[in-house]
Ligand binder design. Structure first.
Ligand code: F6R
Ligand code: ZN
Length: 194
C-alpha cells in the first residue's frame, strides 16, 4: 500500500493489473447454497472445484475518504441453467455506492435494496454502471466463452455484508433455459428475519 499517488497498467489482453496487493479467487465450493439447481451444483463440484471468478485489489486504507479499486473477472460457464456469477453483497455501510466500468464481455448486474426495489442492468464493454447507496450487487457473466472483466471503485469505509445475500438470495436470477439469458424471479428468495 502506497501513500503517494500511484498508477498501474492493465495488460491489454488479460486485463490483469501489473501491480496489485491482493488476488482473490472464488471457487465453486465458495458458492454453496447460492445456485438454484443444488443437484447440478453438487455434481459439478464433485467433478472439479473450478475457479468461477477472480478479483485483483489495489489496497487502500479502509477509511472514509479513500477509494478502494481493482479488477474483477467473472469466467464464463453455468451451474445447471444459471450463469456463473459473484456471491454478491450489501455494503456494511449501506449508504456507500460503487462504480463499475466494463472492459470486456457481457453480462448483467443484479441489484436490490432492503426496501424491496430491484434492478438488473446490462454490462458490456465500454459501459459504465453506477450502483447507488443501499443497493446489493452481483455480477453475472452471460457470455458462452468470454470473461466478464470490470474495473470497480467504492468508498474505503464501505465494508462487505455477504451474510444477508447468503441467507436470502437475490430476488432475480439470470438463467439460460434454452434461449439465452432470461431474468426470472428467484423462487427461493426469502427475507432475512429482522
Ligand atoms: C466491492 C465489489 C466488487 C466485488 C467483486 C466480487 O465492493 O462490489 O469488487 O467484490 O465483484 O464480488 P463479491 O465481493 O460479491 O464476491
Ligand atoms: Zn460492492
Amino acid at each position: 500500500m502506497k501513500d503517494l499517488p500511484s498508477s498501474f497498467n492493465l495488460d491489454p489482453s488479460s486485463f490483469i493489473p501489473d501491480e496489485y496487493d491482493n488476488h482473490i479467487q472464488r471457487k465453486l465450493s465458495n458458492m454453496k447454497g447460492q445456485y438454484l439447481d443444488q443437484q447440478a451444483y453438487a455434481a459439478k463440484l464433485a467433478d472439479k472445484d473450478e475457479i468461477l471468478y477472480q478479483v485483483y485489489e489495489i489496497k487502500r486504507p479502509e477509511i472514509e475518504g479513500e477509494i478502494l479499486h481493482g479488477i474483477s473477472i467473472v469466467h464464463p460457464g453455468k451451474v445447471g441453467d444459471e450463469y456463473y456469477m459473484t456471491k454478491g453483497h450489501f455494503h456494511t455501510v449501506l449508504e456507500t455506492a460503487e462504480i463499475y466500468y466494463t472492459l470486456q464481455g457481457k453480462g448483467y448486474m443484479v441489484m436490490e435494496t432492503p426496501e424491496g426495489n430491484f434492478a438488473v442492468e446490462e454490462l458490456r464493454a465500454g459501459r459504465v454502471l453506477y450502483v447507488p447507496p443501499r443497493w446489493a450487487h452481483r455480477s453475472v457473466n452471460v457470455s458462452e466463452d468470454e470473461d466478464l472483466v470490470m474495473f470497480f471503485a467504492y468508498p474505503g469505509n464501505a465494508g462487505h455484508d455477504y451474510g444477508t445475500i447468503e441467507t436470502q438470495g437475490f430476488r432475480k436470477l439470470v438463467l439460460d433455459r434454452g434461449n439465452g439469458p432470461e431474468i426470472v424471479d428467484n423462487p427461493r428468495w426469502s427475507p432475512v428475519e429482522s
